[in-house]
Design a protein around this ligand. Structure first.
Ligand code: TTP
Ligand code: CA
Length: 365
């Protein structure tokens, strides 16, 4: 197989940078973007903050009152999340990326993989200038900075990107991958959570280098076949996952109208559980698995919104759909004051049995 050149672009302190973009005069102040739960003026959590606020110890997920306390005496500015605006900025950047890549895989609102092998003729030397050009183009057209990691596959590109932020550009050539990964702790690998990390530590595995040397058969015995092989390959920087356009996934969805307009989570979930049954029936008929779960909401004022979550590993079961739908609605209701009229459930499907098809219909039609 030809050596690939894969990039991961990850926008810097994204929501907060978007706020800086439309309020340039506050660029030098700490900026916090939060989700306000609405219970009291102060209740809610930090979505993200700019790097100035991070210096004071502000972190994503932290309660807002704590962030306020840490920033006391500064000229900190607080914003409420505005997903619609961030999505627009994100879409504009993704469109620019399309001009630079053979395939583009958007993994979240602020992250995308680009396969640029052809464009740089497989050369990691050329990739540096190329990445720089993409950064400059986006900066000039949209005004947003981001970090880029470049590697021979998605796994290395992602860890390279994380290693230097903000405005980073980290290139790991194929011959450097193992030495680059070796000293890092195992939890830098996707799929190694707290529990796995503890288990590995008991086995004497602390770094990715330790894991790379560990007997693959033993890993299979402890973690099962799929995970054992995955950990072994990942630690050895082996990852053949292609950069796949999200649009190539076909989706299964159901939409329905609630008996009454509401903001009540459990009432909404009764409806989405019904809809999930239909989605699940189609899913099993096609023997398909999914990696993306989405909700669709039509509010009383007829405005519509959607929210999605990408799973770390593809799934096939109903419970995973329900659990993620609940999580998405919990988040959504905490952010949106409007009553809900119609709701939809969607999974994006990757079918093993059939060849991938282009998306057949637009969202929820
Ligand atoms: P991240 O890429 O994790 O963070 P970031 O872009 O703010 O900062 P950086 O990449 O420079 O470290 O997340 C992307 C966006 O997702 C972020 O701007 C806000 C949102 N987000 C949340 O809403 N809650 C969270 O807990 C996290 C981690 C992110
Ligand atoms: Ca980011």
């Amino acid at each position: 197989m030809q050596t690939r050149v894969v990039m991961l672009a990850d926008f810097d302190y994204f929501f907060a940078q978007c706020e800086e973009l439309r309020n340039p005069d506050i660029k030098d102040k700490p900026i916090v973007v939060g989700v306000y739960s609405g219970r009291t003026e102060e209740s809610g959590a930090v979505s993200t903050s700019n790097y100035i606020a991070r210096k004071y110890g502000v972190k994503s997920g932290m309660p807002l009152f704590l962030a306020k306390r840490k920033l006391e005496g500064t000229e900190a500015v607080f914003f409420k999340v505005d997903h619609e605006y961030y999505d627009q900025i994100s879409d504009r950047i993704m469109q620019i990326f399309r001009n630079y890549a053979t395939s583009l895989e958007q993994v979240s609102v602020d992250e995308a993989y680009l396969d640029v092998t052809e464009q740089v003729e497989g050369s990691f030397e050329k990739a540096r200038d190329y990445a720089q050009k993409i950064k400059e183009d986006v900066k000039a057209q949209v005004g947003i900075s981001f970090s880029i990691g470049v590697g021979p596959n998605k796994l290395v590109a992602k860890i390279a990107c994380d290693s230097q932020k903000p405005d980073g550009l980290t290139i790991i050539k194929p011959e450097e991958t193992k030495a680059f990964l070796a000293p890092l702790e195992v939890d830098r690998l996707l799929g190694v959570g707290k529990k796995t990390m503890v288990r590995m530590e008991q086995m004497g595995i602390k770094t990715i280098g330790d894991l790379a040397k560990y007997d693959c058969q033993m890993l299979i015995e402890v973690f099962g076949k799929a995970s054992g092989i995955y950990f072994h390959n990942a630690a050895n920087a082996v990852d053949n996952e292609p950069v796949v356009e999200q649009g190539e996934a076909e989706s299964i969805s159901r939409i329905g109208t609630l008996k009454q307009d509401t903001c009540d989570l459990e009432f909404i979930l009764q409806k989405t559980n019904e809809l999930t049954e239909g989605v699940y029936r189609d899913l099993t008929n096609r023997a398909a698995s999914f990696k993306l779960v989405s909700i669709y909401v039509v509010n009383v004022d007829l405005s519509s919104k959607s929210r999605s979550v990408t799973l770390e590993q593809s799934a096939k079961d109903k419970e995973t759909i329900k659990r993620n739908i609940r999580m998405l609605f919990e988040k959504f209701l905490a952010e949106s004051p409007l009553q809900v009229r119609r709701v939809g459930v969607r999974v994006s499907v990757f079918s093993k049995e059939e060849p991938r098809q282009k998306q057949l219909s637009s969202f929820f039609l």
